[in-house]
Design a protein around this ligand. Structure first.
Ligand code: NAD
Length: 340
């Protein structure tokens, strides 16, 4: 069975998910939407992705730019089994009305509140939750990073309580109108919304989060303190467990990766897709164990971490894999996410 996929909202997340869909043997990219002409629309055309007009977009504007369009987003929605909605925060809720009208299934992103969908999704955390659903939400970049780590730690040793501080990037690299460009902005939402969002995946997880926004565009960094239920043998065992888990990349000290600049330099060197780093990034030196108390840093590439999760969400909805492990392995093989 091949599932036909549309991408509605061809921006940071949408264009990455579109490329990822084309790499999967069991998925077919039928088209992508743009609200107005842009270089991204041109790139879609150059890649051979049929372009459809979304929202209040005007056919005359696309014609003037020399971009061929195959119809409106509604035309596209009628041709597919599922729409991946990667429109800006809160726009997905408006779009859901369009999906309901056509009767097409949809995946929403983490910028939408959890109640937009029947379930929130993370491949390592709750893969079966998407089965047979009409609407699924892939949780945000930060929540995905926390949920992946929670899945690993819970299954190995159990988690009694988790405290995390999220050092969040101020903007994505292409966002020239966002900031701050100087200063550190505490999020006066204490504890922050990320903890409850992780509980949309693990309802019984005891987790409290706080957040700060800083002037960087590369990645987020999480500072974690986890009280485990059982003590691991030593830190090496914890590192090994993360290393053996899909979607984790652990840097050794000899690699000289001091922080997010070198992580993204590694990603550029590796050259997957948009030079993305879709794994949770940990450092050997950035993990300490004291009995049941685990301390570790993890870096999250906000622009790409949810890309494989969107692919697995489709597989879960349409029952295309035996279980999460099979889907994750298939996705990661196709995307070139192999553990070093
Ligand atoms: P973006 O602004 O880069 O892209 C959104 C795209 O949707 C743009 O091309 C925009 O023109 C288009 N669009 C606007 N109105 C539309 C409409 N009515 N219908 C269809 N398309 C429309 O945004 P993004 O960063 O890709 O974020 C998309 C979603 O993914 C949001 O929910 C966001 O919270 C979530 N997300 C973003 C990141 C990130 O760091 N960028 C990480 C994880 C999740």
């Amino acid at each position: 069975m091949t599932v036909r996929v549309a991408i509605n909202g061809y921006g940071t997340i949408g264009k990455r998910v579109a490329d990822a869909v084309t790499k999967q043997p069991d998925l077919e990219l039928v088209g992508v939407t743009k609200t107005r002409p842009s270089f991204e629309g041109l790139r879609a055309q150059e890649k051979g992705y049929p372009l459809y007009i979304a929202g209040a977009g005007k056919a005359a504007d696309f014609a003037a730019a020399g971009l061929a369009v195959a119809g409106t987003s509604n035309d596209l929605f009628r041709k597919v089994d599922v729409v991946v909605d990667a429109s800006p925060d809160k726009v997905g809720r408006e779009n859901r009305k369009l999906y309901e009208a056509v009767g097409v299934r949809a995946i929403f992103q983490g910028g939408e509140k959890a109640d937009i969908a029947e379930v929130s999704f993370n491949a390592l955390g709750n893969y079966p939750a998407g089965h047979g659903r009409q609407y699924v939400r892939v949780v945000s970049c930060n929540t995905t990073g926390l949920a992946r780590a929670a899945a690993v730690l819970r299954s190995a040793w159990g988690v009694d309580h988790w405290e995390a501080t999220l050092v969040r990037r101020g903007a994505d690299p292409a966002e020239s109108k966002k900031g701050p460009i100087n200063g550190i902005l505490p999020t006066f939402d204490l504890p922050s919304h990320h903890g409850p969002d992780v509980r949309t995946i693990f309802p019984d997880l005891s987790i409290a989060t706080t957040a700060l926004i800083v002037p960087t565009t590369l990645m987020h960094v999480h500072v974690n303190h986890v009280r485990l239920t059982q003590a691991p043998r030593d830190a090496a065992e914890v590192l090994d467990t993360f290393r053996r888990s899909p979607r984790f990349h652990v840097f050794a000290p000899w690699e000289h990766v001091d922080g997010t600049p070198q992580v993204m330099e590694y990603a550029r060197d590796r050259g997957i897709g948009f030079n993305d780093m879709m794994e949770n990034v940990l450092w050997e030196e950035g993990l300490r164990l004291d009995g049941r108390d685990l301390y570790f840093f993890q870096a999250i590439h906000q622009e790409s971490i949810v890309v494989p999760e969107n692919i697995d969400a489709i597989r879960s909805m349409f029952d295309l894999a035996r279980d999460g492990a099979e889907s994750i392995a298939k996705t990661d093989r196709a995307l070139g996410l192999t553990r070093a």
